[in-house]
Design a binder for this molecule. Structure first.
Ligand SMILES: [Zn+2]
Length: 668
């Protein structure tokens, strides 16, 4: 999983019977479910086959808040069972035996792990309703990690229980149903279709997934012959290319780099509305946030490459081999982060790779400085530690043992433990075996020590002349060199660093730099000298939504007489999916009395309209923020805000609660 920002670390604990896998081995699951989205209901039947390894008097299956209509063990419907709303216990004197079968019929209304989007959205007839209508995306999608698949399917919260799950899903026939594995049949009923998906290898329950919505797809095929099904909303055909620009290249690169063939029958990537994270690596079926469905202008600032590569890398590190517990979480997130960096190096080059490592090191150093750091093998470590320190460990280890040993060890580690669970020693032991060296000191410094070894990291980075230059170029203390740096041949990153130190040295020539340096000018030159007005205005032409947003705001503040001109120039630009430019534009237009006074009401209604539940939560948050700043969150806005406090995305619901609280306090 790739989080947009800070995550609450997943730590899984089992009450009571934690080692069920020592007694019973669940092997296959035939799942039949029908989903009724308007009432948020799942009606299902699951049949598990299992072997009993040791005598035991009961076994359990995790199941949250379900109603069981039938429990049949080996053909006997008189099976004794107990259900406590969390676990279904099957009571029976089990003897060692093969191929037992248990069938459960159940009904449930999942409160989490399965999400029903926009099914009760208003499709009215007023103009603002019609505007919203095109934003309605009726979807159902799941998120197993951290939320538990056992909320919609009786399954196993323990990651060590790996099962071959075949999902049959019955749904309204007007929608596309996507799930783990290969689609082997679509059975048409009167008003529904039953989609039959086949898996051939086992996986942990948290990696089960389905996504339902209106989708088109294009299929690419990897060098090794794996179909890559790339899904998009029908209205987004122009965004397909920039969004998936590197999907096939990343796939081919990772398969070759890792050296172990992709383990599943196909690979699917599906964007969904209001997703909880950036992306999730469900087995063969990555679900990702619609925020990454982008046009080519957005690509400059916010593209899907890193998340794409990260989730794909998980298909090996997480899905093929899975951690036994949270202590070894870096075996998933550290590896996914590292291999995503390697894929980005393939696409964007060496400098980019070292730059990102440098950024990670800075972040880890800062974390230590505020005493928030922890060892990598601490199950309560932050996501920064699991992801970024984990990636650093692999970079440093590869430098220490060399490419050949590293690649051999990774390959052998994956092959030995495929479709099973792993701990840190399984990997480190493999590296030690192949290089014939003891890695105790390395493990102590990089994995066990609470502090991130920043000095070692910096030493490693200095091999890059790009990083060397970046570190050397500095105008904290201004020298004569600082007069020329900004128009010299030093890297963009070095120039961007200097722009925050010496914004006073910006002249017309500095504007003739690349789009990223110009973006840094937009951000750093907040007081615009009259002599640079024309140059600064040219930033509104850049193909970057961040640059335009920043420049529009700063120009509006600096030159009050020209506000109408700037608004006129940018009136048709929307920005990212969260309409970063449009929402700013509306707020500025409302705050510019001379600009189209006859349209003020319309501007207000449009901005307020974006707070409506039909819109993506990122857009809603922007609209709420601007209405808050304008002290214009009226009763309709507040009603939407109240509704937003119950949103499934906790960051958004927290934001909404805070804003509602602020409004209340202002009233008093
Ligand atoms: Zn991840």
């Amino acid at each position: 999983m790739k989080f947009l920002s800070i995550l609450i670390v997943l730590s899984i604990s089992f009450s009571g019977y934690s080692q069920q896998t020592n007694f019973v081995d669940f092997k296959t699951a035939k799942v039949n479910i029908a989903i009724h989205p308007k009432v948020k209901e799942v009606i299902g039947q699951v049949t598990y086959s299992f072997d009993v390894l040791k005598p035991v008097d009961s076994l359990f299956i995790d199941a949250q808040n379900m109603a069981f209509n039938k429990v049949v063990l080996n053909g006997t419907s008189a099976t004794a069972y107990r259900y406590d709303d969390k676990k279904l216990w099957i009571i029976h004197p089990f003897r060692p035996s093969k191929d037992n079968v248990i069938t459960l019929d159940y009904t449930t209304h999942p409160k989490k792990a399965m999400y029903f989007i926009d099914w009760n959205a208003q499709e009215g007839v007023t103009s603002s309703d019609l505007l919203q209508k095109k934003y309605i995306e009726k979807q159902v999608w799941t998120q197993g990690q951290g939320k538990y698949t056992s909320n919609w399917l009786p399954s196993f919260d323990d990651m060590k229980e790996k099962v071959i799950f075949d999902l049959n899903i019955t749904f309204d026939k007007h929608y596309e149903v996507i799930a783990n594995g290969r689609l082997i049949n679509k059975k048409e009923n009167d008003s529904t279709i039953t989609w039959q998906y086949d898996m051939q290898q086992p996986m942990s329950s948290y990696l089960l997934a389905l996504a339902i919505g209106k989708y088109n797809k294009k299929v690419k095929v990897s060098k090794s012959g794996i179909p890559l099904d790339l899904y998009y909303y029908p209205q987004d055909s122009l965004k397909f290319e920039p969004t998936y620009r590197y999907s096939k290249r990343i796939f081919d690169f990772l398969e070759k780099e890792i050296g172990v063939p992709y383990a599943w029958q196909n690979y699917k990537e599906v964007p969904v509305k209001d997703f909880l994270y950036a992306g999730m690596e469900n087995t063969s079926t990555t679900i990702f946030s619609y925020a990454f469905v982008i046009d080519s202008t957005a690509f400059v600032d916010k593209n899907y490459v890193n998340v794409n590569a990260h989730e794909l890398a998980h298909q090996w590190f997480g899905d093929l081999v899975t951690e036994t517990s949270g202590t070894h979480h870096w075996l998933q997130e550290g590896f996914a982060t590292y291999y995503a960096l390697l894929a980005e190096r393939e696409v964007f080059g060496d400098n980019y790779y070292y730059w990102r490592l440098y950024e990670y090191a800075q972040e880890l150093l800062q974390q230590d400085q505020v005493n928030q750091g922890s060892a990598l093998l601490d199950s309560k470590a932050s996501s920064t530690t699991f992801y970024k320190r984990g990636a650093w460990v692999l970079h440093a280890l590869r430098e220490k043992v060399g490419d050949e040993v590293f690649k051999k060890a990774v390959k052998s580690y994956l092959e030995k433990h495929r479709f099973k669970n792993v701990e840190t020693n399984d990997f480190i032991g493999e590296v030690e075996r192949i290089c014939g060296k003891d890695l105790k000191d390395f493990v102590a410094t990089w994995l066990k020590n609470k502090l991130f070894p920043y000095d070692d990291a910096l030493e490693s980075l200095k091999q890059s002349t790009f990083i060397q230059e970046y570190l050397m170029v500095d105008c904290e203390v201004k020298t004569s060199k600082c007069d020329d740096y900004l128009v010299s041949g030093i890297s963009d990153k070095a120039k961007i660093k200097l722009l925050s130190q010496i914004p006073d040295r910006i002249n017309g020539d500095v504007f003739r730099n690349s789009i990223k340096v110009r973006q840094a000018i937009a951000k750093n030159l907040t007081t615009i000298p009259l002599g640079l007005k024309r140059d600064y205005e040219s930033l509104l032409e850049d193909k970057s939504y961040i640059t335009i947003e920043t420049a529009l705001y700063n120009l509006w503040v600096n030159f009050p007489d020209d506000r109408s001109k700037y608004l006129q120039k940018t009136k048709d630009i929307q920005g990212f999916n969260d309409k970063n430019i449009r929402t700013l534009w509306l707020a500025l237009a409302l705050n510019t009395p001379k600009f189209e006074p006859e349209n003020k009401q319309r501007f207000f209604e449009e901005l307020r309209n974006y707070t409506n539940p039909n819109y993506d939560f990122n857009l809603r948050q922007n609209a709420f923020q601007y209405l808050g700043l304008l002290h214009a969150c009226d009763s309709i806005c507040q009603e939407n805000l109240q509704q937003a406090t119950k949103h499934h995305n906790w960051r958004f619901s927290k934001f909404s609660k805070n804003m509602l609280e602020t409004i209340k306090q202002e009233k008093n």
